[in-house]
Design a binder for this molecule. Structure first.
Ligand code: 2BA
Length: 123
């Protein structure tokens, strides 16, 4: 089994999650942000059989798009009276940054409450 972790742009996450659901993959999304742009992105985690990894990559490929963003570089150290005109730098972000990790153990722990009642359901 493998854990596929994909860092995707927020604009693409709904499409990707719908495609994963439609193909019967379980997935979890975690809000994250990139260390470079400091903008919100989303990390999608899905645990799948080894043989399903290429299919998950296909769904990511089909639903995540490359976009151009502009970053303002950090201000340089300036002498009094110096003038600095920031020059935004263009960067290409995504489709997706994907990591594939081996899973040592996968378990869904689903104990039933005593007597079949739902825990915390009240008296
Ligand atoms: P960010 O760190 O905000 O990076 C956004 C985009 O800025 C990157 O797009 C890349 O085009 C550019 N960039 C990042 N670091 C740079 C640097 N030191 N110098 C010049 N340009 C730089 P992507 O490569 O598509 O990455 C999108 C997001 O994926 C990243 O957002 C980050 O959240 C995640 N990511 C990328 N590589 C990663 C890695 N090795 N480990 C963990 N997360 C990663």
């Amino acid at each position: 089994m493998k854990l596929v972790m994909a860092v995707v742009q927020g604009k693409d996450v709904e499409g990707l999650m719908s495609a994963l659901r439609a193909a019967n993959y379980r997935a979890t999304q975690i809000n994250s942000s990139g260390g470079f742009l400091r903008e919100n992105n989303v990390t999608v985690m899905t645990g799948v059989d080894d043989t399903q990894v290429p299919d998950v990559f296909r769904l990511i490929h089909d639903n995540c798009y490359t976009r151009t963003q502009y970053v303002n570089p950090l201000l340089p150290i300036m002498e009094p009276g110096e003038f600095y005109m920031p020059n935004p730098v263009e960067v290409q972000v995504g489709g997706a940054t994907v990591f594939v990790l081996p899973v040592v153990r996968y378990e869904r722990i689903m104990p039933q409450a005593a007597g079949g009642a739902r825990a915390g359901a009240g008296a």
